[in-house]
Design a protein around this ligand. Structure first.
Ligand code: G1P
Length: 276
Protein backbone atom coordinates (compact mmCIF):
# COMPACT_ATOMS: atom_id res chain seq x y z
CA UNK A 1 0.00 0.00 0.00
CA UNK A 2 2.92 2.33 0.72
CA UNK A 3 5.22 2.07 -2.25
CA UNK A 4 8.02 4.51 -1.50
CA UNK A 5 10.61 4.85 1.20
CA UNK A 6 12.91 7.80 1.62
CA UNK A 7 16.47 7.33 2.85
CA UNK A 8 18.22 10.46 4.08
CA UNK A 9 21.85 9.47 3.46
CA UNK A 10 23.61 12.80 3.08
CA UNK A 11 25.07 13.10 6.62
CA UNK A 12 28.79 13.26 7.29
CA UNK A 13 29.23 10.51 9.89
CA UNK A 14 31.84 12.51 11.79
CA UNK A 15 31.72 10.10 14.74
CA UNK A 16 33.39 7.50 12.57
CA UNK A 17 36.22 9.62 11.22
CA UNK A 18 38.63 8.86 9.71
CA UNK A 19 36.68 5.86 8.29
CA UNK A 20 34.07 8.22 6.86
CA UNK A 21 36.48 10.75 5.38
CA UNK A 22 35.90 9.55 1.85
CA UNK A 23 33.42 6.72 2.42
CA UNK A 24 29.73 7.28 3.20
CA UNK A 25 28.87 6.24 6.76
CA UNK A 26 25.90 4.31 5.35
CA UNK A 27 28.39 2.01 3.60
CA UNK A 28 30.06 0.95 6.86
CA UNK A 29 29.56 -2.80 7.00
CA UNK A 30 27.94 -4.56 9.90
CA UNK A 31 29.89 -7.78 9.34
CA UNK A 32 29.59 -8.11 5.55
CA UNK A 33 26.63 -5.92 4.63
CA UNK A 34 26.56 -2.13 4.50
CA UNK A 35 24.16 -0.42 6.91
CA UNK A 36 22.11 1.08 4.09
CA UNK A 37 21.45 -2.37 2.61
CA UNK A 38 19.89 -3.57 5.86
CA UNK A 39 17.60 -0.54 5.63
CA UNK A 40 16.70 -1.09 1.98
CA UNK A 41 15.94 -4.76 2.69
CA UNK A 42 13.60 -3.72 5.50
CA UNK A 43 11.77 -1.29 3.19
CA UNK A 44 11.45 -3.83 0.40
CA UNK A 45 10.13 -6.41 2.84
CA UNK A 46 7.43 -3.87 3.77
CA UNK A 47 6.47 -3.57 0.08
CA UNK A 48 8.21 -0.22 -0.38
CA UNK A 49 9.99 -1.17 -3.57
CA UNK A 50 10.70 2.39 -4.59
CA UNK A 51 13.72 3.59 -2.61
CA UNK A 52 14.34 7.32 -2.77
CA UNK A 53 17.85 8.22 -1.67
CA UNK A 54 18.55 11.78 -0.54
CA UNK A 55 22.29 11.81 -1.05
CA UNK A 56 25.02 14.42 -1.09
CA UNK A 57 28.56 15.00 -2.18
CA UNK A 58 30.87 12.03 -1.64
CA UNK A 59 28.05 9.49 -1.59
CA UNK A 60 28.52 7.88 -4.98
CA UNK A 61 29.41 4.53 -3.43
CA UNK A 62 25.78 4.19 -2.28
CA UNK A 63 24.41 4.62 -5.80
CA UNK A 64 27.04 2.17 -7.10
CA UNK A 65 26.10 -0.39 -4.46
CA UNK A 66 22.56 -0.58 -5.83
CA UNK A 67 23.77 -1.08 -9.40
CA UNK A 68 25.48 -3.86 -11.34
CA UNK A 69 29.27 -4.13 -11.11
CA UNK A 70 29.98 -5.85 -14.43
CA UNK A 71 33.69 -6.31 -13.96
CA UNK A 72 33.44 -7.93 -10.52
CA UNK A 73 30.43 -10.03 -11.45
CA UNK A 74 32.17 -11.26 -14.57
CA UNK A 75 35.28 -12.17 -12.54
CA UNK A 76 33.48 -14.30 -9.97
CA UNK A 77 30.80 -15.66 -12.27
CA UNK A 78 30.40 -19.43 -11.79
CA UNK A 79 32.62 -19.53 -8.66
CA UNK A 80 31.42 -20.25 -5.12
CA UNK A 81 31.88 -16.56 -4.30
CA UNK A 82 28.92 -15.71 -6.46
CA UNK A 83 26.56 -16.78 -3.66
CA UNK A 84 27.82 -13.80 -1.64
CA UNK A 85 26.12 -11.50 -4.14
CA UNK A 86 22.72 -13.21 -3.99
CA UNK A 87 21.25 -10.88 -1.36
CA UNK A 88 22.23 -7.63 -3.06
CA UNK A 89 21.23 -8.94 -6.50
CA UNK A 90 17.79 -9.73 -5.16
CA UNK A 91 17.49 -6.22 -3.69
CA UNK A 92 18.58 -4.65 -6.99
CA UNK A 93 16.15 -6.81 -8.99
CA UNK A 94 13.16 -5.99 -6.80
CA UNK A 95 13.84 -2.37 -5.94
CA UNK A 96 13.76 0.82 -7.96
CA UNK A 97 16.31 3.40 -6.84
CA UNK A 98 15.92 7.11 -7.32
CA UNK A 99 18.22 9.84 -6.08
CA UNK A 100 18.31 13.51 -5.37
CA UNK A 101 21.21 15.45 -3.93
CA UNK A 102 20.92 17.62 -0.84
CA UNK A 103 23.22 20.55 -1.34
CA UNK A 104 23.26 21.83 2.23
CA UNK A 105 22.86 20.00 5.54
CA UNK A 106 20.00 21.82 7.22
CA UNK A 107 18.49 19.03 9.28
CA UNK A 108 16.35 15.93 8.88
CA UNK A 109 13.23 17.95 8.04
CA UNK A 110 15.14 19.69 5.25
CA UNK A 111 16.49 16.34 3.97
CA UNK A 112 12.95 14.94 3.82
CA UNK A 113 11.70 18.04 1.99
CA UNK A 114 14.56 17.65 -0.49
CA UNK A 115 13.13 14.22 -1.32
CA UNK A 116 9.69 15.62 -2.21
CA UNK A 117 10.20 15.39 -6.01
CA UNK A 118 10.92 11.66 -5.61
CA UNK A 119 7.86 11.04 -3.45
CA UNK A 120 5.08 13.22 -4.84
CA UNK A 121 1.71 13.19 -3.11
CA UNK A 122 1.43 9.79 -1.48
CA UNK A 123 2.17 8.47 2.00
CA UNK A 124 5.74 7.22 2.31
CA UNK A 125 8.20 5.61 4.69
CA UNK A 126 11.38 7.20 6.02
CA UNK A 127 14.25 5.04 7.24
CA UNK A 128 17.39 6.29 8.96
CA UNK A 129 19.94 3.58 8.32
CA UNK A 130 21.93 4.51 11.47
CA UNK A 131 19.16 2.82 13.40
CA UNK A 132 19.61 -0.83 12.57
CA UNK A 133 16.53 -2.84 13.53
CA UNK A 134 16.59 -6.61 13.62
CA UNK A 135 13.47 -8.73 13.98
CA UNK A 136 12.49 -12.32 14.00
CA UNK A 137 9.03 -11.54 12.62
CA UNK A 138 8.09 -8.70 10.27
CA UNK A 139 10.47 -5.74 10.19
CA UNK A 140 9.63 -2.41 11.80
CA UNK A 141 8.44 -0.73 8.57
CA UNK A 142 6.22 -3.73 7.80
CA UNK A 143 4.71 -3.47 11.29
CA UNK A 144 4.11 0.25 10.78
CA UNK A 145 2.50 -0.32 7.38
CA UNK A 146 -0.05 -2.57 9.07
CA UNK A 147 -0.82 0.21 11.50
CA UNK A 148 -1.09 2.76 8.70
CA UNK A 149 -3.84 0.65 7.11
CA UNK A 150 -5.82 1.27 10.28
CA UNK A 151 -5.02 4.90 11.12
CA UNK A 152 -4.14 6.58 7.79
CA UNK A 153 -2.01 9.20 9.48
CA UNK A 154 1.69 9.78 10.11
CA UNK A 155 3.31 7.25 12.44
CA UNK A 156 6.64 7.38 14.26
CA UNK A 157 8.45 4.39 15.76
CA UNK A 158 9.33 4.80 19.43
CA UNK A 159 11.27 2.93 22.06
CA UNK A 160 11.71 3.46 25.79
CA UNK A 161 15.18 4.75 26.58
CA UNK A 162 16.85 5.46 29.92
CA UNK A 163 15.81 8.95 31.08
CA UNK A 164 19.39 10.24 30.94
CA UNK A 165 19.55 9.42 27.20
CA UNK A 166 16.53 11.45 26.06
CA UNK A 167 18.67 14.41 24.95
CA UNK A 168 19.81 12.37 21.91
CA UNK A 169 16.32 11.89 20.49
CA UNK A 170 12.97 13.30 19.55
CA UNK A 171 10.71 12.45 22.49
CA UNK A 172 6.93 12.06 22.43
CA UNK A 173 4.08 12.13 24.89
CA UNK A 174 0.59 10.91 24.21
CA UNK A 175 -2.36 8.85 25.22
CA UNK A 176 -2.07 5.08 24.87
CA UNK A 177 -4.98 4.11 22.64
CA UNK A 178 -4.16 0.44 22.44
CA UNK A 179 -1.27 -1.89 23.08
CA UNK A 180 1.94 -0.18 21.98
CA UNK A 181 0.13 2.64 20.12
CA UNK A 182 -0.05 6.24 21.37
CA UNK A 183 -1.87 9.20 19.94
CA UNK A 184 0.81 11.87 20.09
CA UNK A 185 0.02 15.19 21.72
CA UNK A 186 3.56 16.44 22.28
CA UNK A 187 6.91 15.99 20.61
CA UNK A 188 10.20 17.63 21.52
CA UNK A 189 13.47 17.33 19.64
CA UNK A 190 16.55 16.69 21.80
CA UNK A 191 15.01 17.77 25.13
CA UNK A 192 16.94 18.03 28.37
CA UNK A 193 16.01 15.46 31.01
CA UNK A 194 13.79 18.08 32.68
CA UNK A 195 12.03 19.09 29.44
CA UNK A 196 11.43 15.55 28.18
CA UNK A 197 7.70 14.74 28.27
CA UNK A 198 8.43 10.99 28.66
CA UNK A 199 11.17 8.48 27.93
CA UNK A 200 9.58 7.35 24.64
CA UNK A 201 12.22 8.20 22.06
CA UNK A 202 11.69 8.35 18.30
CA UNK A 203 13.72 5.76 16.40
CA UNK A 204 14.56 6.28 12.74
CA UNK A 205 11.39 4.85 11.17
CA UNK A 206 8.50 7.01 10.05
CA UNK A 207 5.44 6.79 7.88
CA UNK A 208 4.50 10.27 6.74
CA UNK A 209 1.47 11.58 4.94
CA UNK A 210 2.38 13.93 2.07
CA UNK A 211 0.91 17.07 3.68
CA UNK A 212 4.08 16.95 5.79
CA UNK A 213 5.97 18.66 2.94
CA UNK A 214 3.93 21.86 3.20
CA UNK A 215 4.25 21.74 6.97
CA UNK A 216 8.05 21.39 6.75
CA UNK A 217 8.18 24.39 4.42
CA UNK A 218 6.54 26.44 7.19
CA UNK A 219 8.66 25.00 10.01
CA UNK A 220 11.40 27.30 11.29
CA UNK A 221 14.79 25.88 12.33
CA UNK A 222 14.65 24.31 15.81
CA UNK A 223 17.15 22.27 17.86
CA UNK A 224 20.76 22.77 16.65
CA UNK A 225 19.51 25.49 14.27
CA UNK A 226 18.18 22.73 11.94
CA UNK A 227 14.78 22.14 10.38
CA UNK A 228 13.50 19.25 12.46
CA UNK A 229 10.98 16.65 11.29
CA UNK A 230 9.95 16.35 14.94
CA UNK A 231 8.76 19.99 14.93
CA UNK A 232 6.82 19.47 11.69
CA UNK A 233 5.22 16.35 13.17
CA UNK A 234 4.29 18.29 16.30
CA UNK A 235 2.31 20.67 14.04
CA UNK A 236 0.72 17.71 12.28
CA UNK A 237 -0.21 16.17 15.65
CA UNK A 238 -1.84 19.45 16.70
CA UNK A 239 -3.79 20.02 13.50
CA UNK A 240 -4.50 16.37 12.59
CA UNK A 241 -3.19 13.16 14.07
CA UNK A 242 0.15 11.43 14.57
CA UNK A 243 0.56 8.00 16.14
CA UNK A 244 3.61 6.63 17.92
CA UNK A 245 4.24 2.92 17.81
CA UNK A 246 6.36 0.95 20.23
CA UNK A 247 7.74 -1.50 17.72
CA UNK A 248 8.72 -5.11 18.16
CA UNK A 249 12.36 -5.88 17.53
CA UNK A 250 15.84 -4.99 18.54
CA UNK A 251 17.41 -1.69 17.60
CA UNK A 252 21.07 -0.81 17.49
CA UNK A 253 22.27 2.79 17.44
CA UNK A 254 24.81 2.39 14.65
CA UNK A 255 25.35 6.15 14.59
CA UNK A 256 27.53 5.65 17.68
CA UNK A 257 30.66 3.53 17.95
CA UNK A 258 29.44 1.41 20.92
CA UNK A 259 26.09 0.72 19.18
CA UNK A 260 27.87 -0.17 15.97
CA UNK A 261 30.19 -2.63 17.76
CA UNK A 262 27.21 -4.15 19.58
CA UNK A 263 25.36 -4.61 16.27
CA UNK A 264 28.44 -6.17 14.69
CA UNK A 265 28.79 -8.70 17.51
CA UNK A 266 25.07 -9.49 17.45
CA UNK A 267 24.93 -10.02 13.69
CA UNK A 268 28.11 -12.10 13.68
CA UNK A 269 26.90 -14.32 16.50
CA UNK A 270 23.28 -14.69 15.44
CA UNK A 271 22.83 -14.04 11.74
CA UNK A 272 26.08 -14.62 9.94
CA UNK A 273 26.14 -18.08 8.33
CA UNK A 274 28.98 -20.07 9.90
CA UNK A 275 29.92 -21.68 6.58
CA UNK A 276 30.96 -18.40 4.94
C1 G1P B 1 17.11 12.02 14.36
C2 G1P B 1 15.78 12.68 14.73
C3 G1P B 1 15.38 12.31 16.16
C4 G1P B 1 15.35 10.81 16.32
C5 G1P B 1 16.69 10.19 15.87
C6 G1P B 1 16.59 8.68 15.84
O1 G1P B 1 18.12 12.58 15.15
O2 G1P B 1 15.92 14.08 14.60
O3 G1P B 1 14.12 12.85 16.47
O4 G1P B 1 15.06 10.48 17.67
O5 G1P B 1 17.05 10.62 14.55
O6 G1P B 1 17.83 8.10 15.56
P1 G1P B 1 19.70 12.39 14.82
O7 G1P B 1 20.07 11.03 15.34
O8 G1P B 1 19.84 12.52 13.35
O9 G1P B 1 20.39 13.48 15.59
Amino acid sequence: MIKKCLFPVAGYGTRFLPATKSMPKEMLPVVNKPLVQYGVEEAIEAGMLNCALVTGRGKRAIADHFDTNYELEHQISGSSKETLLEGIRDVIDRGVFTMVRQREMKGLGHAILTGEPLIGSEAFGVLLSDDLCINEGPGVLAQMTELYRQFRCSIVAVQEVPKDQVYKYGVIAGEAIKDDVYRVDKMVEKPSVEEAPSNLAIIGRYILTPDIFDIIRETPPGANGEVQITDALQTQARTGAVMAYKFKGRRFDCGSVPGFVEATNYVYENLYPSDL
